[in-house]
Design a protein around this ligand. Structure first.
Ligand code: NAD
Length: 491
């Protein structure tokens, strides 16, 4: 049975509705099995909603719909301007639902309103940007070379599997499949099993915008069905955001049939603080750049590199901001930090805090569970000082509210430390003089870097050096990842 109306079931909690159907090829369809994903509140540990869990058969149906839509349907054959007009409607439908999606995300993943709003504002920004990509990019270009002429034609790569994490799924999804759709691809989207409800709302936005049949499917599922999608021979390209370990696995599978991948993986980004900086210009923001959304942001500035003689000053500032933050129920308007998204995420963060203590780093504040918050997956904002660059807490992505302060002796050392991990996703330089900061920024091996500020820019190329990923998302460069290049040579 199929329906085209919204299947949200708000009988338990209107903020986090349950769903009973999957969004396959642009329609709500009965799932192939009774399996369901339970949504566990990170605030209380209780089950608050559920959605169908997509199985391999559902993935097959979605890929078949996407294949047919790509091979025979109108979407890849429309002009980029025609597609942009329809994507503008998606943007409007996303805007219409942004508050509902943010509220659901808060309940499912535990992000306080400020973080939830920022993520969803980014999604809106991406859809706005996607509608004008065709005005900034030539899909065809005449070429002349020694002895000939021809045309360069940029064509959509085909059916794209989009595999997503839980830490900001609507924004991450938009950043991935918005540009893919603008390029003319069709997509099968697999949200993570943690926090899938806001993604079902995104599917409703897609439905309301009226894309042609088969162009978008939304199938929450676990790793196995995700891997089935990656292995599918009718999937032409995979775009993934998540852990470096999963990215490595997915790239390995794609390598078997030389399918292109883009990967947006982890980070361990550095904030380099120079010795001349006025700390009043750096604080309190620096703390939020590192532990906002409880540190569950791939681009977070989690390593604070300070001149050794200024370590105490910086540590004191971070400590006082951390100790002033209200931790608690993210649905309350004055809460600054909510819980971690899942129990295993809390366990992982706590294990890194133990690792830090055992490695000999100085625990300045935090390190435990906040008093009075006995339910849910809360961890105190935690600060380690006297961290050395080789420690695991300075090398590995913790994905929690944990900052490491690493003292350095010269700016050359600072650059070496900043570049001394397997990652290279984001970063920032804080200095009195912007020009001096830019000189340093140019030497840091990272995909984005801020001068005396920091943000995750989603409408310009975003992505990683080294094991932080492959390819770029956002803006024209993000769309180009989903395009093949063909040269037609004139006779
Ligand atoms: P993960 O990488 O295992 O999962 C992310 C997504 O990939 C989910 O949808 C998952 O179902 C899917 N997936 C995992 N293995 C797959 C496979 N072999 N084939 C197909 N799909 C697969 O992330 P996680 O376990 O949820 O989190 C673990 C750690 O990853 C975090 O603690 C954090 O360090 C990192 N992480 C990073 C980001 C980021 O934005 N870079 C996001 C989430 C998690």
């Amino acid at each position: 049975m199929t329906t085209t109306s919204s299947p949200a079931d708000t009988t338990t909690d209107a903020t986090v509705p349950s769903y009973h159907q999957l969004f396959i090829g642009g329609r709500w369809v009965e799932p192939s099995s009774d399996a369901r994903i339970e949504v566990v509140s990170p605030i209380t540990g209780q089950v608050i909603a559920s959605v169908p869990e997509a199985m391999n058969a559902d993935m097959d149906a979605a890929v078949a719909a996407a294949r047919k839509a790509f091979d025979e349907g109108p979407w890849p054959r429309m002009s980029p301007a025609e597609r942009a007009e329809i994507l503008g409607r998606v943007g409007q439908e996303v805007k219409n639902r942004v508050e509902a999606m943010a509220a659901s995300f808060t309940a499912e993943i535990g992000a306080p309103a400020a973080s939830a709003d920022a993520f969803h504002a980014n999604a809106v920004k991406v859809w706005d940007d996607v509608t004008s990509l065709h005005e900034r990019f030539s899909f065809e270009e005449d070429r002349t070379w020694d002895g000939g002429t021809g045309t360069i034609v940029r064509e959509p790569v085909g059916v794209v599997a989009t595999i997503l994490p839980w830490n900001g799924p609507v924004a991450t999804a938009s950043l991935k499949f918005g540009p893919a759709l603008a390029a003319g691809c069709t997509v099968v989207v697999k949200p993570a099993p943690e926090g899938p409800v806001s993604m079902m709302m995104l599917a409703e936005a897609i439905e309301a915008a009226g894309l042609p049949e088969g162009v978008v499917s939304m199938l929450p599922a676990g790793r196995e069905a995700g891997e089935h999608l990656v292995r599918h021979r009718d999937v032409d390209m995979i775009t993934f955001t998540g852990s470096t370990a999963a990215g490595r696995k997915i790239m390995g599978i794609a390598a078997e049939r030389i399918a292109p991948v883009t990967l947006e993986l982890g980070g361990k980004s550095a904030a380099i603080i120079t010795d001349d900086v006025d700390l009043d210009t750096v604080f309190p923001n620096l703390v939020f750049f590192g532990i906002g959304h409880s540190g569950q942001v791939c681009a977070a500035l989690t390593r604070i590199l300070v001149p050794r003689q200024r370590q105490d000053e910086v540590v004191e500032r971070i400590k006082s901001v951390m100790e002033s933050l209200k931790i608690g129920d993210p649905r309350e308007s004055d809460t600054v930090l909510g819980p971690l998204a899942a129990e295993r995420q809390r366990d992982r963060v706590e294990s890194y805090i133990e690792i830090g203590k055992n490695e000999g780093a100085r625990l300045v504040t935090g390190g435990g569970r906040p008093p009075g918050l006995d339910q849910g997956w809360f961890v105190e904002p935690t600060l380690f000082a006297d961290v050395t660059p080789d420690m695991r807490i300075a090398q590995e992505e913790i994905f929690g509210p944990v900052l490491t302060v690493i003292p350095y002796d010269t700016i050359e050392d600072a650059i070496e430390i900043a570049n001394g991990t397997d990652y290279g996703l984001s970063g920032a330089v804080f200095a009195k003089d912007n020009a001096a900061a830019e000189k340093i920024a140019r030497r840091v091996k990272t995909g984005q870097i801020g001068i005396n500020s920091w943000t995750m820019n989603v409408i310009q190329p975003f992505g990683g050096y080294k094991q932080s990923g492959l390819g770029r998302e956002g803006g024209v460069e993000g769309m180009e990842e989903f395009l093949e290049t063909k040269l037609i040579m004139n006779p």
